[in-house]
Design a protein around this ligand. Sequence first.
Ligand SMILES: [Zn+2]
Ligand SMILES: [Zn+2]
Length: 361
Amino acid sequence: MAQKDYYAILGVSKTATDDEIKKAFRRLAHEHHPDKGGDPSKFKDVNEAYQILSDKQKRGTYDRFGSGAFENGGAGPGGFGGFGGQGFDFNFNAGDMGDLGDILGEMFGFGGQAQGQARPKRGRHIEMDVELTFREAIFGAEKSVRLYRQTMCSTCKGNGAEPGSKIEDCKTCSGTGQTKQAQRTMFGVFHSVSPCKDCHGRGKRPEKPCHTCHGYGVEKREENLNLRIPAGVDVDTVLQVDGQGETPAHGGKPGDLLVRIHIKNDSKFEREGHDLMSIESIPFSVLALGGSIEVETIDGKERVDVREGTPTGTVITLKGKGVPFQRGGRGNQLIRLEADVPRKLSKEQKQLLDQLRNTGL
Ligand SMILES: [Zn+2]
Ligand SMILES: [Zn+2]
C-alpha cells in the first residue's frame, strides 16, 4: 500500500501544533462529509490522518515509520467526524475509537465493539478424538484423519464469484464496506457505522455468484488430513492444529482443529507422566546371588545387573528409557523386580530346595 502523507491530507506542516491539526481536521471533515455531498474517500483519508496525528504516540510512530506502521491492526479509517447542526454530529465508529467508542456505545446503545467495520471473522473450531497405541503416544506418529468441514470453495477459491465473472464495488456501500445509520438523541445526531450487509463488509461483490457456493465462498467437503502427533503426548492432551477448522463464509480466518488424545493400554508397560513402569519376575536365586538378567524396555530387550541380596519388590531405574519430553531428553523406566515362585519343579530342583530349606532358607 502506498505511503500516505497525513500532513498533506490535512494541509498542515510537519511542525503543526495539536490545535492547528484539530482546526484543519474540523474544516476538512465538514468539507468532505459524505452526508453533505462530500467525497467519501477523501473524508476517510481526513479521518485517518486526524486519528494518527491527534495522538501523540501514533504521530511519533508515523513520523518515524510512515503510514505503513498502521496498516495492520492500527487505527483504521472512520472515527470522529465533524461538529455541525444542532448539538454534536458524530461519526461514530466504535470499533476504531477504543475506549471513547465503548463509552459512547454504552451511552447510546450502539453495542460498543461490534460496531464499525466488519471485524475479522473466525471460522468455527473443530474438535475430534484420536486414539493412539501406547507406542505411538511415546514415539509420535502420523495419523490420517477424515474431516467433514466447511472449507474454501474449490470452484471460486473463496472469492464467491463465478469463474470468469468480475468482482465489482458493492453498490449498496459504494465499495466502503460500511453502511451508516443516523440516530437522533438528546445530545444530537449520532451516525453509527456497521458492516454492509450486502457485501459483508468487504466492499466488493461478485458480478455473478459462484454456482457452487452461491457467493458464500465456502462449501462442505470431506477431506483427509495428515496429523503429525509429536512424541511424548499424554492422555487427554489437546493438540491445536492452526487453521484446520472451518472456514467462515465471506472470508476470514479459519478456525483451528482441536485433537484430543486417547491412548490404548499396553500389556507390559504402564505410564506415569514421562516415566514407564514395568514388572519383571526373576528367579529367587538371581535375587539372592546377584547376576545379569534380560528386561524388556520400550526400545527392546536389555541386560541389567542385579546385585547380590536384592529383596523382592526392589525397584530399579533405567535412566532415559521413558517417554520423550517435548524439550528433549526422556523420562525413566522403573522396573519392579519380583521373585518368580515356580509352579512346577523338577525332581532335582525339589531335592535341592529341600536341602536349602534344611539350611534355614
Ligand atoms: Zn464458490
Ligand atoms: Zn457493500
